[in-house]
Design a binder for this molecule. Sequence first.
Ligand SMILES: Nc1ncnc2c1ncn2[C@@H]1O[C@H](COP(=O)(O)OP(=O)(O)OP(=O)(O)O)[C@@H](O)[C@H]1O
Ligand SMILES: [Mg+2]
Length: 237
Amino acid sequence: MAAENKIVNRMNTGIVGLDEMLYGGIPEGNQILIAGDAGTGKTLMSFEMLYRNANINIPSTFVTLEEGRKSLLENVKGAFSYFDNIDDLVENNTISISEQTAMSAFRSKESWQTFIVGINRVLKENNSKILVVDSLAPLRPLAEDDRTFTRAINQMIENFRNLGITSIINMETSSMNLTEVSGLYGTFMFDGIIRLGTFYMEGSFQYLVTVVKMRRSNHKNSSMPFEITPKGLNVFR
Ligand SMILES: Nc1ncnc2c1ncn2[C@@H]1O[C@H](COP(=O)(O)OP(=O)(O)OP(=O)(O)O)[C@@H](O)[C@H]1O
Ligand SMILES: [Mg+2]
């Protein structure tokens, strides 16, 4: 393990096998992109990170842009049937679920600022240490072009970075290029990228996770298969 790994504090994801890939977890204050095709586990992976941390009393916020709060909760409880205290953690606000509507976000420069300030306010309410934004996809068609979108996302990420919060930002993407995200000029604003995908093996689809980059940290460079189980994600070692 590189010496630099000893000086950064890490947020354990709590996901079996993933922390090993990350040599302990995500460096605190990092801004992480989880990119992957539809249905590759972005929502479930990011929710499980919040859930595992909530169980050790680390408060967080899950901003849902793709689906309503009720539908999100039904999905995660359906997939993770062994997580029997999700409702408790949501009710006591350890995991704050914030339903945001994308529609108004790009009406003007001011409305994007208002959108960001709105998230900041929610983060403050329960002193969140981790944030999930699920996902950027509904925002993209509302921005005029890639340039406007990239600038807006960069501004949002810099705002989170200044707050010192560890963020997990999900984005749907179909590009085969590991660091390319359609609609964004670059991924320079992210400290880390986790790529989710699927491949076809022995007659069925298999989930795959790759840690593409992680600033201030060492990480495994290989892609590892994982499964989605009622007890949580399981990254094979
Ligand atoms: N109850 C369940 N048991 C097992 N697997 C499930 C269950 N519910 C969902 N899944 C699997 O989890 C995957 C979806 O995960 P998730 O919703 O996290 O993906 P996503 O990347 O967020 O997708 P999207 O791009 O649609 O938002 C699906 O492929 C589905 O097969
Ligand atoms: Mg999703």
